[in-house]
Each structure stands twice: as C-alpha cells, then as structure tokens.
Ligand binder design. Structure first.
Ligand code: SAM
Length: 280
C-alpha cells in the first residue's frame, strides 16, 4: 500500500480574496477534492480556474460512509484535498473523523491554513485571547444545553460560540440567565464581508439590542470569562458554621456543608470550627 496525502484546505468565510495561493495550488494538485456541497465548491474551483477533479461529498451524515473510499484512494498513493463550505474543515464542519482515520492508517496529513470565523471573531473582539475555549454550536435543547450553559457561567477563559441568526435571541437570553446581565459579550457578524460588524456590550444590552434589531447574516458570539470568585474571609466561614450548628448539624456535618457550599478547603473550615486558628 502506498502512502497517500490528505490535505486539509481552509477556504474563505466570506471574502474570496482570503483564499491563499497555497490553497489554490493544493486544490489544483489534488486527485480528488472532498467537499460538503459540490455546487458551492464547484463555484470556488471555477473562480480560481481549477478544473474540477473528482468531487466527493462528505457531510455530517455521510462522513463515516465515505471514509472507506477515501482511505482506498490514499492507499493508492493519491493526494486528496478536503474543504468545507467555508473556513477550516473540522471546525464545526466535517473532517475530524476522516483525519483520525487517515492518521490511524499512517497516511500523511497536511494543512493549508485559512480563515476560521472563531479565530477571526476572537482576535477582533478585544477580549482576552491568551487563553480561550471554543464551544462551537451549543446543543439546541435539553439537559445537554443546560449543562454547557452552566459550564460557561463559571468559565474563566473567553468563550467562542457559533450560532445561527434565528437562534441568537434565544442563546443571548440563556447566557444572560446563567452569566448575569453584566458579562461582556462581542458579536462578530458577517466577518470579512461587506457588512462586517463587531457589536460590543453587556449581555443585558445585547439581548435588548438584538431583540430590537433582527439578527441577519452569520454570527460568532465571543463571551468574556467569568470574574474570579470573591475571596471568602474567615468571618463568612465562621458565620456559616454557626448557622449550620444552629440547624442542628454536628461539627463534622457543619464542616462538610460549609466547605462544599462556599467552595473552601475542608481543612480550613475544620481549623476554624475547632478553634485551631483563624485562616489556617
Ligand atoms: N468551519 C467554519 C470555520 O472554520 O469558521 C465554521 C463552519 S460552521 C458550520 C458555520 C458557523 O460559523 C456559522 O453559523 C457562524 O456561526 C460562523 N461563521 C461562518 N462564517 C462566518 C462569518 N463570515 N461571520 C460570522 N460568523 C461566521
């Protein structure tokens, strides 16, 4: 079996001038191009004057099925390029499973990087970009959605989320509920396109603004990290211990309760409860 090459190629998220020369070269050299939509990728290829080679459709539903055929091509030593409709393949787009399969079969994997809406929004947001989390799309409903929202409420790093325009209102309302009205949010809209906008404000302001203005176009939500938790001083711990004891809790139970409730080390609460010194 020969060793094939799988080349992940980033494509523009709006502005065709963002297509890199290396991306053009990679698409022109490929024996086959894996894409989400043949019409869309066909337009891109004709824009750059590349005659369409074999196009293989791969989307979230077909990814597992088409992988075997792509591995067979790689096994014949072919070069297979992978693009998505926009941005980087594998980022809230198909590609991840194919790359894992190619790596497992010991084929070469290369990346021709291009724009990604998440990074474009993050760097333009003005929020801390040194450490951040990418959340992609939140689950639409159910316990999966509430669990992810709760995680975001306590997340200290900047969070980047994708959302469809008709769901922006709902997601801002849910974020407001778990993170509170004052958390800063930046909405990157129509990035790299004619009507590019960075909207900045608090979650309360965002919810008001985007219920007054119908959200149109593509959006990335960049959410500031949670503020550090307030320092808990000894007096607050002692007061909580007195309260727990007054409710009839044993010293041991009171220590456990207070430690869990205030998120303070048990050792510190125990030392205060037994008078072994304040702030131990
Ligand atoms: N793979 C893509 C990437 O690397 O950015 C993301 C694909 S995901 C299916 C599509 C989502 O990305 C949209 O719903 C939107 O949240 C975001 N997005 C894509 N293009 C955008 C743009 N030009 N401006 C703002 N958001 C964009």
């Amino acid at each position: 079996m020969s060793r094939g090459r799988l080349v992940l190629v980033g494509t523009p998220i709006g502005n065709l001038d963002d297509l890199a020369p290396r991306a053009v070269a990679a698409l022109a050299a490929a024996d086959a191009v894996v894409c989400e939509d043949t019409r869309r990728t066909g337009r891109l290829l004709s824009h750059i004057g590349v005659r369409a080679p074999v196009l293989i459709v791969m989307n979230d539903h077909t990814e597992s099925e088409v992988i075997a055929g792509i591995l067979a091509r790689l096994g014949r030593g072919e070069c297979v390029a992978v693009v998505s409709d926009a941005g980087m393949p594998g980022i809230s787009d198909p590609g991840e499973r194919l790359v894992a399969a190619a790596v497992a079969a010991d084929h070469g994997v290369e990346v021709v990087p291009g724009p990604s809406a998440a990074i474009t929004a993050l760097v333009g947001s003005g929020l801390p970009a040194g450490r951040f989390v990418f959340e992609g799309f939140l689950p639409r409903r159910g316990s999966g959605r509430s669990a992810r929202l709760r995680e975001l409420a306590g997340e200290r790093r900047t969070a980047v989320l994708y959302e469809a325009p008709h769901r922006i209102g709902r997601t801002l309302a849910d974020l407001l509920e778990v993170c509170g009205p004052d958390r800063v949010v930046v909405l990157g809209r129509e990035l790299t396109k004619l009507h590019e906008e960075f909207w900045r404000g608090t979650l309360a302001e965002a919810q008001q603004h985007w219920s007054d203005h119908e959200p149109r176009g593509e959006f990335v939500i960049v959410l500031d990290g949670a503020p550090p938790p307030a320092e808990i001083d000894d007096d607050r711990i002692l007061a909580a211990l007195v309260e727990a004891r007054a409710r009839g809790a044993s010293t041991r139970d009171a220590v456990d309760d207070v430690s869990e409730h205030l998120g303070v080390a048990r050792r510190r609460v125990y030392a205060l409860a037994t008078g072994d010194g304040r702030g131990a």
